[in-house]
Design a protein around this ligand. Structure first.
Ligand code: SF4
Length: 388
């Protein structure tokens, strides 16, 4: 098979380390950008300006110019982004100042091609000190908490940073930290240099070489498939999900057992996501590229009536003597409100008025981290125990 000039990125490492075939399958798909990714890029830029200034790498004047330009021109700037990046910057400076005789690099290109063919990336922060090397990664998303524990992206940055400074320093430990200011979450994973190098040499290198050669199998997994560009068209993923759907139930006709219901429900989220990915992909292909899918056709979806000119409609209704025509004024939704006024003012003014009501009961896997709700049966047991 021909050599694939794959981009084995650090951010995709979780995927290609478990599914080497994904590198081959992703060939030809374009990188897509989302508004969340753009917002993340903006937060990184703002943080970098602040850190450049706070670590003395640029003057106050240069910082103020950059900051004001960013605030004026970047559509993703918000007061809350300012607050959250302040939190991140404080954390980085705290770490940096805690190391004696340390120096800091920002947005540092790190080369880990010794373990991953053509592998390189950009580490947000690298702190180099005698004995300890630390890489810090800002994640601005607030969807899912990302742990630094055995996080392959952070570990590859650790390897890349080691590769860069190994000649100048003797490191014993490598620390990898992920900061998610919007989730108020920071996690650090610390390993000895020997452990990190063993991971790189024994675990990463053979898998990366297999993935880059285009020879590896496609191995579906929830984490791996989620961000794979081939997730909608991958046969291995389809086979796995259809296999689940074709599950052989108990020979006895009649009702599903509780065990069988659990099996269906535990597989349902992944199957639902997969169907959604296939639907989205096929619709885009049909709508934007004129592709035909057998026994299917493109039609106009359902739509609702709209008022073309709301101001004019309001005037006409007013002239017609109608007064009860406006929505009641209401506050912005919490996230938008916090974004508009900033985290600090939001907390200062509204902290007594914000509550988190209990969520609706959901039946989930026992592996879910949330504590179990008391079921009716255990509530009755508790009640009976109280009577004894
Ligand atoms: S969808 Fe999943 S199994 Fe298929 S190539 Fe991507 S990561 Fe591998």
């Amino acid at each position: 098979m021909p050599e694939i000039h794959a981009k084995l990125s650090a951010s995709g490492a979780k995927r290609w380390l478990t599914c080497p075939g994904s590198v081959r399958l992703e060939e030809g798909f374009e990188d897509s950008s989302s508004v969340f990714a753009e917002e993340g890029t903006a937060a990184h830029t703002l943080s970098e300006y602040k850190l450049l200034h706070q670590t003395g790498k640029i003057s106050k004047l240069a910082y103020t110019k950059r900051y004001n330009k960013f605030k004026r021109e970047n559509e993703h700037y918000s007061k809350s982004m300012d607050d959250y990046t302040d939190d991140y910057v404080s954390y980085v400076l705290e770490q940096y100042n805690a190391y004696p005789n340390a120096f800091i690099e920002l947005e540092k290109r790190v080369d880990f091609s010794r373990w991953v063919p053509e592998g390189f990336g950009t580490s947000d922060v690298v702190i180099i000190s005698e004995g300890v090397l630390e890489v810090i990664d800002l994640k601005y998303g607030k969807g899912v908490a990302v742990s630094a524990e055995e996080n392959p992206q952070a570990m590859l940055y650790g390897l890349g940073a080691y590769n860069e400074y190994d000649m100048l320093y003797d490191f014993e430990k490598v620390r990898m930290t992920i900061v998610q200011p919007r989730l108020d979450d920071t996690s650090t994973y610390e390993v000895t240099l020997d452990e990190l190098l063993a991971w790189g040499d024994e675990f990463v290198k053979p898998r990366a070489e297999l993935a880059a050669s285009g020879e590896g199998d496609c191995v579906p997994s929830e984490d791996g498939c989620r961000f794979c560009k081939a997730k909608a068209v991958c046969k291995a993923r389809a086979e796995k999900n259809l296999e689940t759907a074709r599950h052989d139930f108990d020979e006895e006709p009649g009702k599903l057992s509780k065990e069988e219901i659990s099996e269906i429900l535990l597989q349902a989220p992944e199957i639902k996501k997969w169907i959604e990915h296939v639907e989205t992909y096929a619709l885009e292909q049909a709508r934007d590229h004129g592709e035909n899918f057998p026994d299917m056709k493109l039609v106009e979806g359902r739509s609702n009536r709209v008022i073309t000119d709301k101001d004019k409609a309001a005037d006409l209704l007013h002239d017609a003597g109608q007064t009860d025509i406006f929505k009641p004024r209401e506050l912005l939704a919490i996230t938008k409100l916090e974004k508009a006024i900033g985290k600090e003012i939001f907390n200062e003014v509204l902290s007594d008025l914000i509550i988190k009501p209990p969520g609706k009961p959901a039946l989930v896997s026992v592996k879910d981290k949330r504590p179990e709700l008391n079921s009716l049966a255990s509530a009755i047991d508790d009640f009976e125990d109280d009577l004894l």
